[in-house]
Design a protein around this ligand. Structure first.
Ligand SMILES: [Ca+2]
Ligand SMILES: [Ca+2]
Length: 399
C-alpha cells in the first residue's frame, strides 16, 4: 500500500464518530481472526490422511508419521468433532497432508496411541476432506502379491473356516526392500455363515512383529451395520492395515493376517444345497516409506461349502468334527483318533505359510499316527482327507 493511500485511509478514519470507529475496528478484527483460523488445520481425530473418512487406510499415515512430534492441540479429545490444531512444520511426503491430522489424539506425538482414535471413530465421515494424488513407484513391472491361503478346501455345517492371507513383496527375494505398509479389505458371502462369529487378526509377519507395527483388523457384521444405520448388504467384510513404524522399507513373503468364519449349523437341512464361499480382495493400498504406491497382483479364492451327508450330520462325540488329535502340543508323534465311520485317505500337515511340511497316505479306520520329530516347533494345520470330506484342526508342535 502506497503512503498516499495510507494517508487517505487515516484521514477517513479520523472523520468517523466514536461508534462508527468502534464498529469498523470490530469488523477488521473479526476478519483478521477468521483469516488466521482458516490457516489452521481442522482435525477430525482418526482421519489421519484427511480423505473424509476414518478407516484402515489411516493406519498407514500413522505408520509414516510415527515418531514425529509437533504442537499439541488445545484441549484435545478423540471425539468425532472438528478440532482446531496448530500446523506442524512437516507433512506426509506424497499427499502433503499436514502431520497435525496424523496426530489423531492431539498430544503432540505420532505413535501407537493414535490408532485408538481410528478404532473408536471407525467409518465416521466428514465433508472437510482434501483430494490428494500419489506417484506409483516404478519396479519394472513387478508387483506385490496378495492372495488367500485357506487351511482347508471344503467345509461343512458348523465348521470354522480359517483363511490365512498371504503376501509377498514385489522383488522378493532378490531386489531391494520396497514395502512399508499395506491396507486392504476382504469381502465374503454372508448367506452360509454365522453372523457375529467372524474374527480377524494380524500376524507377526515379514512386514514386522505386531509389537513393532501399527495395525488394525475390523469386522463389518450386523452389529456395526446397526450402529452405523447401514443395510445388511454392507456386512460381510473385514478391513486390515499393517504398517512399519521405523521409516525403513522391508521385503519378504508369507502369511500376514487371518480371518476365521463360522459356517451356519443348519446347512444340512437345506435340500440340494451345494455352494462355494467366495472370498475377494478390495480397496488394496501398498506403499513405500515415501508414501508412493506399489502395484499389486491380488487373487480371489473359493472354498467348497457342503452340507453334511446323512449319518455324519449331528455327530458330536468327543472326536468333534470327525477326529481327535493328541498330544497337543506334540513333540515326536501326532496320534489321530478317527470317528468310526470315517475312512482317511490322506493326512497332511501345513505350516502357517500354507506350505506342506508332512504328509502320509493312509487307508484305514480308527487310529493313525504322523511322525513330527523333524518338524520345527510352531503352529500347524492338520488336514485329513477322507471319502466323507476334508477335516482340519490347528495343532502345536513343541519340545
Ligand atoms: Ca481417512
Ligand atoms: Ca498422538
Amino acid at each position: 500500500m502506497r503512503p498516499l493511500q495510507i494517508a487517505h485511509i487515516a484521514s477517513f478514519f479520523h472523520c468517523l464518530d466514536r461508534y462508527r470507529k468502534q464498529f469498523l475496528l470490530t469488523c477488521i478484527l473479526t476478519a483478521l481472526c477468521t483469516s488466521a483460523m482458516s490457516q489452521q488445520p481442522l482435525v477430525y481425530p482418526g482421519d489421519a490422511n484427511k480423505d473424509g473418512r476414518c478407516d484402515n487406510e489411516d493406519i498407514l499415515a500413522i505408520g509414516l508419521g510415527h515418531g514425529q512430534t509437533g504442537p499439541q492441540r488445545v484441549n484435545p479429545s478423540i471425539n468425532w468433532v472438528p478440532q482446531i490444531a496448530t500446523p506442524w512444520p512437516v507433512s506426509l511426503p506424497q499427499t502433503g497432508i499436514n502431520f497435525s491430522h496424523v496426530d489423531c489424539n492431539g498430544d503432540g506425538a505420532i505413535n501407537d496411541q493414535d490408532t485408538t482414535a481410528v478404532d473408536e471413530n471407525y467409518y465416521e465421515t466428514h465433508s472437510n476432506s482434501q483430494s490428494t494424488t500419489r506417484d506409483t513407484v516404478n519396479l519394472n513391472g513387478k508387483k506385490a502379491d496378495l492372495r488367500f491361503s485357506p487351511t482347508t478346501s471344503t467345509v461343512q455345517d458348523g465348521d470354522t473356516l480359517t483363511i490365512d492371507i498371504f503376501s509377498e513383496s514385489p522383488g522378493y527375494p532378490n531386489l531391494p526392500d520396497t514395502v512399508y505398509g499395506m491396507s486392504f479389505t476382504v469381502e465374503y458371502d454372508t448367506s452360509v455363515i454365522k453372523d457375529k462369529a467372524t474374527t480377524a487378526s494380524v500376524y507377526d509377519s515379514w512386514i514386522g512383529d505386531t509389537s513393532q507395527t501399527v495395525h488394525t483388523a475390523q469386522i463389518v457384521d450386523s452389529s456395526m451395520a446397526q450402529k452405523k444405520g447401514w443395510s445388511n448388504e454392507e456386512i460381510g467384510r473385514a478391513d486390515y492395515a499393517i504398517s512399519r513404524t521405523d521409516q525403513n522399507n522391508t521385503d519378504g513373503s508369507g502369511n500376514i493376517a487371518t480371518i476365521s468364519i463360522v459356517m451356519e449349523d443348519d446347512l444340512h437341512l437345506i435340500p440340494n444345497f451345494d455352494s462355494l464361499l467366495v472370498v475377494r480382495f478390495s480397496n488394496i493400498t501398498v506403499i513405500t516409506n515415501e508414501e508412493k504406491r506399489i502395484r499389486v497382483n491380488s487373487v480371489n479364492d473359493t472354498v467348497n461349502v457342503q452340507k453334511k451327508k446323512t449319518g455324519i450330520a449331528g455327530r458330536t462325540d468327543e472326536r468333534g468334527n470327525g477326529f481327535r488329535v493328541y498330544p497337543n502340543p506334540a513333540s515326536e508323534q501326532l496320534h489321530i483318533d478317527m470317528a468310526h465311520d470315517i475312512e482317511a485317505r490322506q493326512v497332511e500337515l501345513y505350516n502357517r505359510q500354507g506350505e506342506l511340511v508332512q504328509q502320509r497316505a493312509v487307508e484305514q479306520r480308527g487310529q493313525l499316527s504322523l511322525a513330527v520329530d523333524d518338524v520345527p516347533t510352531g503352529v500347524y494345520f492338520l488336514q485329513i482327507t477322507s471319502d466323507e470330506g476334508v477335516y482340519s484342526r490347528q495343532v502345536m508342535i513343541g519340545r
